[in-house]
Design a protein around this ligand. Structure first.
Ligand code: 1HN
Length: 345
């Protein structure tokens, strides 16, 4: 290096050190790391095998009670995001166990939650005075800032996947949380009534809604499964996603939860999906069937109750050996609301 350049390099280093003391830093040193040509997610493709994690869930059940833990959950941490309690850059997911006779005490928080039942029958979640008894494949909503507690009056353990918008709410520094005075809230109505009110493309005539979250908070699997079976009998599958439905707020047609898009799809036996990518990193939970997801150079072999993740903008395809039914969720509605979402196939 000639002397002029050395002087300039020294002068810059000195300048950076000086402004650093006042919490300033030059953009030109980081511009291209900040604004990349395509998404540069730390999220990696990964699959959690039920056969591997279910003994750990059982062991957690022997080590701590639901009451002591408040929520007895194994967080599914993306291998590219260890230590950050998230499954994608924007989403939290975990597997929650509630044993017969247990109660997980009532609280509320700004974060919205979804429950997707993987194992068991007859545990309930109570939301805003309404109780839902859950079964495998049911999708249940806990809207932002609603009191919720869980209990298991059945005689078998129940495990569900929790999906929350924790990282998004953290990014915005908008989180609040408080316990309920009583461990279990008073339950005034049943989930059958909730389904009667909002689950038939109708609503009670006097009903007024004042949040963006769906007033329907129980989407039972048998109805979703029947709809997909009918589509499979009557229509050709889409070449990328087979037969796919999105859970909606029945009052608006928008996403059932404002921050998280939720979907269920059926892949016919032998289905070989085309390559696809989108900017919403997506979490999949398998209800029925076997197959694989080819994502980047990785092959994720999936079966019932497995959870896997496909990162933003990484091409992937889905294949089914047996007829498969797969739930998924992502931050798609947030990206769409902000004109950021892209997909390509
Ligand atoms: C939460 O409230 C539940 O209510 C589950 O079951 C998981 C993860 C982070 C923050 C709150 C629940 C959670 C959570």
């Amino acid at each position: 290096m000639d002397t002029v350049q050395t002087n300039q390099t020294d002068a810059r280093a000195e300048f950076y050190a000086k402004i650093d003391k006042g919490n300033c830093t030059p953009l030109w040193e980081s511009l291209h790391a900040l604004i990349t040509k395509t998404p540069n997610t730390p999220c990696l493709p990964y699959l959690w095998k039920w056969d591997q994690v279910s003994p750990w869930i059982e062991e957690a059940g022997r080590l701590i009670t639901a009451k002591e833990a408040e929520r007895r959950v194994l967080i599914l941490e993306n291998p590219g995001l260890r230590g950050r309690s998230r499954i994608t850059h924007s989403l939290y997911a975990g597997l929650q166990l509630i044993l017969p006779g247990e109660v997980a005490p009532a609280h509320r928080h700004s974060q919205s939650a979804l429950r997707f039942v993987l194992h068991g029958k007859g545990a309930y979640t109570a939301v805003n005075g309404e109780k839902v008894s859950m079964s495998v494949g049911d999708f249940v909503i806990t809207p932002s800032w609603t009191f919720h507690d869980h209990g298991n009056p059945s005689d078998e353990p129940m495990v569900w996947m929790d999906g929350l918008d924790v990282p998004m709410v953290e990014l915005l520094d908008a989180q609040f949380m408080e316990p309920n005075a009583a461990e279990s809230q008073e339950v005034t109505t049943s989930s059958e009534l909730n389904l009667a009110h909002f689950g038939n493309t109708m609503k009670p005539v006097e009903y007024r809604h004042n949040t963006k979250t769906s007033p329907l908070f129980w989407y039972p699997y048998d109805r979703t499964r029947e709809a997909l079976a009918t589509m499979n009998r009557a229509e050709d599958p889409h070449p990328v996603w087979g037969h796919k439905l999105q859970y909606t707020n029945p009052l608006t047609g928008a996403s059932a939860i404002p921050t998280m898009g939720t979907f269920m799809q059926l892949l016919p036996a032998g289905f070989k999906g085309q390559n696809y990518r989108s900017t919403d990193s997506t979490v999949y939970a398998v209800v029925e069937g076997k197959g694989r997801c080819r994502v980047g150079d990785t092959v994720l072999e999936f079966g019932p109750k497995d959870v896997f993740v496909c990162p933003s903008w990484m091409p992937y395809s889905l294949e089914a050996d047996d007829e498969s039914v797969i739930f998924s969720f992502s931050d798609r509605p947030v990206q769409q609301a902000l004109d950021l979402w892209r997909e390509q196939f």
